[in-house]
Ligand binder design. Structure first.
Ligand SMILES: NC(=O)c1ccc[n+]([C@@H]2O[C@H](COP(=O)([O-])OP(=O)(O)OC[C@H]3O[C@@H](n4cnc5c(N)ncnc54)[C@H](OP(=O)(O)O)[C@@H]3O)[C@@H](O)[C@H]2O)c1
Length: 288
């Protein structure tokens, strides 16, 4: 991990630098312009995670313009939802997303899930969408391309048709979910990993072990959880609609968890592994 004036960065396989700390904007809980502007203006956040499905892209664009931060200093990720997989559909979705955010390019563009509508050929549709992403990349319309929620088998399927190895896999990672084999597989391909729902949607904040370490380090639980993610060499994109919590979530670069305490938290997912993402495969492609 490297440091720069704003925050630490992870280097992608093509040399692009991705800030290890970002901010989420998913539709759950709503979007807060106040929190986003505060993050950009006062907390030094430079990495924003949005997606077509969150319907937050136009709001992100407005907050960015309001913050006065230069586009070139930001790392903006968006994603295409499975209902728009297929070569032309993905092209249309991508250009619409660019328009919504009001930018000329994305820093990172992802296939959101390895799924497709019932009765369609998922592998074929994903391969067509990936071809579109490879074109955006070669045209400079995105600085990096990747996937989200892709398992090892999905990455292997993609391998058969892809020319470019995905540079990122964005996955559900928190104290109750740490897919070690998948993370190692991604790293073996030179991919960086981004953790979504790093606080387990808030569920991790009150875990007794987390609260115990919060007391020991004199840090809020949120910082213990996000620090644990980044100390695993993984980027984190916590979301809050409240400016004071956004600020709290950002203060993770001036302390470190001991190896023993990292292991203490690792033991949680080893005994209690569960997802906090309540999404069925049907819901994956029914939403736009
Ligand atoms: N690729 C995917 O499929 C996928 C799936 C899910 C999420 N994501 C991305 O990951 C981002 C983050 O994940 P997430 O929003 O699911 O969950 P999260 O960041 O783990 O947790 C968000 C929840 O924690 C609360 N919270 C945040 N900071 C807090 C603090 N310091 N103290 C107490 N509570 C706090 C928030 O409430 P308040 O707003 O009230 O503070 C909210 O309820 C999303 O916004 C999205 O961009 C991607």
């Amino acid at each position: 991990m490297e440091s720069d004036s704003h925050t630490e960065c992870l280097q992608l396989s093509n040399g692009v630098r991705m800030p290890v700390l970002g901010i989420g904007t998913s539709h759950v809980g709503g979007y807060s312009d106040e929190a986003m502007v505060h993050a950009l203006k006062h907390c030094g956040v430079r990495h924003i995670d949005t997606a077509r499905r969150y319907r937050s892209e136009h709001l992100v664009g407005e907050s960015v313009r309001k913050s006065g931060v230069n586009r070139a200093d930001l790392f903006i990720t968006s994603k295409v939802w499975p209902s728009q997989y297929g070569y032309q559909e993905t092209k249309d979705a991508f250009h619409d997303s660019l328009r919504q955010v009001g930018v000329e390019y994305f820093d990172l563009y992802l296939l959101h899930w390895a799924a497709s509508p019932e009765g369609t050929d998922t592998k074929q549709l994903i391969s067509e969408s990936w071809k579109a992403l490879e074109e955006f990349y070669s045209q400079g319309l995105c600085k990096a391309i990747g996937v989200s929620n892709f398992e090892i088998s999905d990455l292997k399927n993609l391998e058969e048709s892809r020319k470019i190895v995905p540079q990122v896999n964005q996955l559900e990672i928190h104290i109750f979910s740490y897919p070690e084999k998948l993370i190692e597989y991604c790293r073996g391909l030179g991919m960086q990993v981004v953790a979504y729902s790093p606080m387990a949607k808030g569920e991790g904040l009150t875990h007794p072990k987390v609260m115990e370490l919060a007391k020991k380090y004199k840090r809020p639980s949120s910082q213990i959880l996000n620090r644990w993610v980044t100390q695993h060499g993984i980027a984190t994109i916590p979301k809050s609609t409240k400016p004071h919590r956004v600020e709290e979530n950002c203060k993770i670069f001036d302390f470190a968890l001991s190896a023993e305490d990292m292991g203490y938290l690792d033991a949680i997912h080893e005994s209690d592994s569960h997802s906090v993402i309540h999404i069925t495969s049907q819901a994956v492609f029914n939403h736009t």
